[in-house]
Design a protein. Structure first.
Lengths: 277, 237
C-alpha cells in the first residue's frame, strides 16, 4: 500500500512553469521601459548634436568650480550644523521646561519654513540691521552672499540634525541607560560607550538623507548670486540660451546623489553586519 | 519713516493685500499639485510593486531621476524646456511665434513630479505592509482585481500611508516657495517686492516665514483631524 503510494508520488511531476505570456502588465512595462530608453537615447543624440567644443571649453571649468562650491557649501554647513545640533538636541531632551521649549521653537521654525525664505531672510533681511552689525564688526560677514548661505544652511541643518540625533538617542531603550548605571558607568561614559553606538545605526540613514537633501537644497543659493553648480548653470543658460547647460547640471547632480545614496547603503550594510544572519 | 502697522495694513498704503494674494497663489498651487502628485505617485507605486520586472524597472527609473534632481533644477528644466519645446513646434507653422509658458502650470508639473516620486515610496512601503492574505481573501469571495484593490486594499493602504503623505504635504507646502524663482507671485515673491520697495527686508521676509509657519500649523491641525477620523474607523472595525 505504502509502496503503491510512493509509486504514485514518483510519477507526479512538477507542473511546468506557467508560460510568461504577453500579459497586459508586461506589454505596459516593456512600453514604459522602451519610452525611457527612447528618452535616454534622445538625450544623448541631442547632446551629441548640440556639442560645441568652443562652448564646452569656455564653460566646463565653471561647472567644475561650481561643483566644488556646492560640495564645499554642503560639507561646511553639515559639519557646523552637526556641532550646533548637539546642544540643540540636548536642550530638546532636557527636563527644563524653558530650555526644551526654546529648542522646540528653534527646531519648529527652521523645519516649518522654506529654506529659501530663511536664506532670503538672512541675505536681504540682515541689511536692516546694518548699523548695529557694523558696530560689532559683523557686517563684513553678512555682506557676502557666500557667508549668508553658510549661516542659514547651518542653522537649518542643525535643526534637522538635532531631531535626527534626538530620535536616534530616544530609540535606544531606557534599560540600556539603567543597565549601564547599575554597572557603575557615569552618564557621559554611558552615552559614549553604550548609547551612541546603538543610536548611530538608527541615525545613519536619516543623516545620509539629510546630506542628500542639503545637496539638492543647496541649488537655491543660485538665487542669491552664489555661483555653485546651479548658479553656473543659470549663468551659462542666460548667456547662451542653450538648453544643454541644464542637462549637464542634471547629470552631475544625479551622479552625486546616486553615489551618496549607494555609499550610505553600503555603510549601513557594513555596520549592521552583526544584526544579520 | 512709515510705521510697521502702516506697512502691514490692507490697501494702497500697506502690503497686506499683496501678501494675501501671494498666500492665495501658494495655497492654490499646493492644493492643485496634491491630487496630481498623489495620482501619479500611486500609479508609480503600483508599477514598482508589480510582478513584472520591466514595470518595476520603469517605476524605479522615474523615482531615481526625480528624487535625485534638485527641485529648483527640475522646475527650471520644465519651465524653460517646455518653452523651447513648444516654441519649436509652433515654429513649424508660424516662424514668428513666441510662446510664454504659464508659470503656475510649470510649477504644478515640477512639484507634482517631485511629490509623486516621494509619494510612490510611501505608497510602496504601505503596500508591503498589507499581507497577501488580504488579496487572496478578496479573490476568494469573488471580487475582481480592481474591486479587491478598491474595496479591500485601498482603505487599509490609505490608513498606513497617511503619516508619510502628511509629511510630504508639509514638504510640498515649503517647496512651493521655489516657484517665486520663475516669476509666480507667491508669498515669497510678494514679500520680496514689498521688501525692495519699502527697504524693510527683514520685516517682510520675517512675515513671509511666519505665514509659512502658520500654514504648517494649520495643516498639522487638519492632518490630526483626518488621522483621528481614520483611526476611529479602525476602532469600529
Amino acid at each position: 500500500m505504502s509502496a503503491a503510494a510512493a509509486d504514485v508520488a514518483t510519477k507526479v511531476e512538477k507542473p511546468p512553469a506557467i508560460p510568461r505570456g504577453w500579459s497586459r502588465q508586461r506589454v505596459l512595462g516593456y512600453a514604459l521601459v522602451g519610452l525611457w530608453i527612447v528618452l535616454g537615447i534622445g538625450m544623448i543624440v541631442y547632446l551629441v548634436e548640440a556639442w560645441n567644443s568652443e562652448l564646452f571649453q569656455k564653460y566646463a571649468p565653471g561647472y567644475i568650480s561650481g561643483l566644488g562650491v556646492t560640495l564645499t557649501l554642503v560639507a561646511v554647513s553639515i559639519v557646523l550644523g552637526a556641532v550646533l545640533s548637539v546642544p540643540v538636541a540636548y536642550a530638546r531632551m532636557s527636563r527644563n521646561r524653558i530650555l526644551s521649549s526654546v529648542a522646540y521653537a528653534y527646531v519648529y521654525f527652521f523645519r516649518g519654513t522654506p529654506l529659501l525664505t530663511q536664506v532670503f531672510l538672512v541675505y536681504y533681511g540682515v541689511g536692516s540691521f546694518r548699523p548695529a552689525l557694523e558696530a560689532v564688526g559683523l557686517w563684513g560677514f553678512f555682506r557676502e552672499a557666500w557667508y549668508c548661505a553658510i549661516f542659514s544652511f547651518t542653522l537649518n541643518t542643525a535643526a534637522y540634525q538635532a531631531e535626527i540625533l534626538r530620535g536616534a538617542i530616544e530609540s535606544v531603550p531606557r534599560g540600556q541607560w539603567e543597565g549601564a548605571a547599575s554597572l557603575g558607568l557615569h552618564k557621559l561614559q554611558t552615552l559614549r560607550k553604550i548609547i551612541l553606538p546603538q543610536a548611530l545605526i538608527v541615525a545613519l540613514r536619516p543623516y545620509g538623507n539629510e546630506i542628500i537633501l542639503m545637496i539638492k537644497g543647496s541649488a537655491i543659493v543660485a538665487l542669491i548670486t552664489v555661483y555653485d553648480l546651479m548658479g553656473i548653470t543659470k549663468l551659462t543658460y542666460s548667456r547662451t540660451f542653450d538648453f544643454q547647460s541644464y542637462i549637464w547640471a542634471a547629470i552631475i547632480y544625479l551622479i552625486i546623489v546616486e553615489i551618496l545614496r549607494h555609499a550610505v547603503e553600503w555603510i549601513e550594510r557594513r555596520i549592521t553586519i552583526h544584526l544579520h544572519r | 519713516m512709515q510705521s510697521v502697522w502702516t506697512l502691514l495694513s490692507w490697501g494702497p498704503e500697506g502690503w497686506l493685500d499683496d501678501i494675501a494674494y501671494g498666500v492665495f497663489i501658494t495655497v492654490s498651487l499646493a492644493a492643485a499639485t496634491l491630487p496630481v502628485g498623489l495620482m501619479i505617485g500611486f500609479l508609480v507605486a503600483l508599477a514598482k510593486q508589480s510582478n513584472e520586472p520591466s514595470l518595476r524597472l520603469a517605476g524605479n527609473i522615474y523615482t531615481t531621476i526625480f528624487r535625485g534632481l534638485p527641485e529648483l533644477l527640475t522646475l527650471f528644466m520644465i519651465f524653460y524646456g517646455a518653452q523651447i519645446g513648444i516654441q519649436q513646434l509652433m515654429r513649424l507653422y508660424d516662424p514668428t511665434a513666441a510662446v510664454e509658458v504659464n508659470a503656475f502650470v510649470s510649477g504644478m508639473i515640477a512639484l507634482g513630479v517631485v511629490f509623486s516620486s516621494y509619494a510612490s515610496e510611501v505608497f510602496l512601503s504601505a503596500f508591503r505592509a498589507i499581507p497577501k492574505g488580504q488579496y487572496e481573501g478578496g479573490y476568494s469571495v469573488g471580487l475582481s482585481g480592481w474591486q479587491t484593490m478598491r474595496l479591500v486594499v485601498l482603505p487599509q493602504l490609505i490608513r498606513i500611508a497617511l503619516p508619510g503623505l502628511a509629511n510630504l504635504w508639509l514638504i510640498l507646502l515649503k517647496d512651493t516657495a521655489l516657484v517665486s524663482a520663475i516669476g509666480l507671485a507667491d508669498i515669497l515673491r510678494q514679500a520680496g517686492v514689498a521688501a525692495r520697495v519699502t527697504k524693510h527686508a527683514f520685516l517682510f521676509f520675517g512675515v513671509a516665514a511666519l505665514i509659512y509657519l502658520l500654514l504648517a500649523i494649520i495643516s498639522s491641525f487638519g492632518i490630526n483631524a483626518i488621522e483621528r477620523r481614520v483611526g476611529r474607523q479602525q476602532v469600529q472595525r
